[in-house]
Design a protein around this ligand. Structure first.
Ligand code: ATP
Ligand code: MG
Ligand code: MG
Ligand code: MG
Length: 490
């Protein structure tokens, strides 16, 4: 099944169950001071759940463009390293606003997955909320009983509050959820290890695909839970993960959603995306990760620009700029791409996604142009940085020194976006080493400065102060590979 048909089948199914199919809300949010990017399908319905606006349609479904690079949901570190977390992804969802509840939500999810999509029932697991004594919350027996009508009892697993109790924020609607997981391993592997033990264990082929949230409580200011008079359903299914399952793949990047992009990156770099045991082939692994990162990031960048958010020096624009530069860095460093290449992926992307998201096709030229200009400017920064490090090494050499001081490494990192390993590589060319400790110290100092400024954002919605926009992006420091945090334009 092609991805376009998978999306259509989802929407048609819920339409046949009386849902109104609505468009995706923009991915970049302009008018909500509490959230910069849409991170779940339900964001656009927040006011309906809170009772702040009138409900027109009791049943709604859509495919929502989401971005998870900041705040409560920040998946940036996983992207490319694993094969099923993206920055930008589509969340397929169905909602009931005070209309149907658990019974239909569970029945329809099961019907869609097993009757329409024909997923193998023996690969599916469901989790239900196990209860929480500190909150006096009981196990979600209702969900267990409903699931039992569809799935063998040993495939119904208990989940804790972290995974199976959804809350909007410190206050507001909340409730238990039930998640559907799929085991995509080979028959042989499945014989060896019981899939049930791998659910929620970050196994790349035993993955969560669909979250069904049953909103039945209201979290009050005093933290008590009060049952809601009118209960709601909020579900979200990862479209790319579903496509992986339906297309018989073991990586989202092997689906028709990403393959055209990967192929284009192979063309541009002259390198191959190799299906190898990545643990054993370090170089292939690095190339594969770089290609995945680029194929992922171009989507986040292009969709943001299509939403009217250009890369800039603050707020959402800065987040986009950083994602773009991250992708360029991977291309430059690992794929040896020394000229703008991201912009050349735009036609491929528009071709793949333009039917479902016309905004991509309509603004293809603009998107390409904006990305090209960003890339040119960043390449210049990289080149300047390269000259700078050459100069530093030459000077130190002349002084008979064999170590690049930590402050210099930090300057290259901070100002020119040079990851430490890149600096190290160049220094090695001069037979020099790096003062790692000094670098760590400078980095730590900067982190402390920024930590003070950053929001501690732990819920889906946080009320920011009016002028917080710039600070809001300050907390993505924890990225595993060394990260570019501030740039001085050169
Ligand atoms: P995970 O545990 O895999 O990080 P999640 O529990 O954070 O997922 P939810 O908030 O429940 O995800 O979102 C609903 C669905 O959206 C998930 O079941 C998953 O299929 C999909 N999803 C979540 N995050 C991502 C992502 N970064 N990239 C692609 N799909 C995602
Ligand atoms: Mg997650
Ligand atoms: Mg999860
Ligand atoms: Mg989940």
């Amino acid at each position: 099944m092609k991805s376009v048909d998978i999306r259509k089948a989802f929407l048609a199914f819920f339409e046949s169950k009386g849902h109104k199919v609505v468009p995706s809300a923009p991915m970049v949010i302009k008018d909500d001071p509490t959230l910069m990017f849409t991170n779940a399908g339900m964001n656009q319905f927040k006011d309906l759940f809170l009772g702040n606006s009138a409900i027109k349609d009791l049943r709604v479904a859509n495919s929502q463009k989401c971005l998870r690079v900041s705040g409560k949901h920040n998946d940036l570190e996983e992207v490319g390293v694993d094969t099923y977390h993206h920055t930008m992804f589509e969340m397929l969802g169905n909602w009931s606003f005070g209309d149907y509840f658990k019974e239909e939500a569970i029945e329809w999810a099961w019907e869609l997955l097993t009757d329409i999509y024909k997923l193998d029932k023996d690969r599916l697991y469901v989790t239900v909320f196990e209860g929480d004594s500190s909150e006096n919350l009981k196990v979600d027996q209702e969900a267990i009983d409903l699931w039992k009508q569809h799935i063998a009892e040993d495939r119904i697993l208990m989940g804790n509050k972290k995974d199976n109790f959804w809350e909007m924020g410190d206050v507001g609607p909340c409730g238990p959820c039930s998640e559907i997981h799929i085991d995509l391993r080979s028959a042989e592997e499945r014989m060896k290890t019981d899939g049930a033990t791998l659910v929620n264990m970050d196994h790349p082929q035993v993955i969560e695909i669909w979250n069904l949230v049953f909103m039945q409580y209201n979290r009050m200011k005093d933290q008590s839970l009060v049952p809601l008079k009118s209960t709601h359903i909020d579900t979200g299914m990862g479209f790319e993960r579903l496509a992986m399952a339906l297309q018989g793949k073991t990586s989202n990047y092997d689906t028709d959603i990403f393959m055209p992009l990967i192929n284009k990156i192979e063309d541009l770099s002259g390198l191959n995306y190799k299906p190898v045991d990545e643990d054993k082939h370090k170089q292939a692994l690095e190339i594969n990760i770089a290609m995945r990162v680029i194929a992922d990031h171009i989507r986040a960048i292009a969709f943001s620009i299509a939403d009217g958010q250009l890369p800039s020096n603050n707020g959402a624009g800065y987040v986009i700029r950083r994602i773009l530069r991250r992708a360029v860095r991977y291309g430059y460093q690992t794929l040896n791409l020394k000229e703008p290449f991201l912009c050349r992926l735009v036609p491929t992307l528009a071709n793949q996604m333009g039917e479902a998201f016309p905004e991509l096709n309509n603004q293809k030229m603009l998107i390409e142009k904006v990305i090209r200009e960003e890339e040119i400017s960043f390449f210049r920064t990289l080149e300047t940085g390269l000259k700078r490090i050459d100069q530093i090494c030459i000077n130190l050499n002349a002084e008979g020194k064999k170590e690049v001081p930590g402050e210099a490494v930090f300057e290259l990192y901070d100002t020119y976006g040079f990851p430490v390993d890149l600096t190290n590589l160049i220094a090695q060319g001069y037979e020099m080493t790096l003062d790692q400790e000094g670098f760590e110290k400078a980095l730590e100092e900067q982190k402390n400065r920024s930590r003070k400024a950053a929001e501690t954002d732990t819920s889906d919605w946080v009320v920011l102060k009016e002028d917080d926009a710039e600070e809001f992006i300050g907390y993505d420091y924890t990225e595993g590979d060394v990260y570019i945090t501030r740039y001085r334009e050169v």
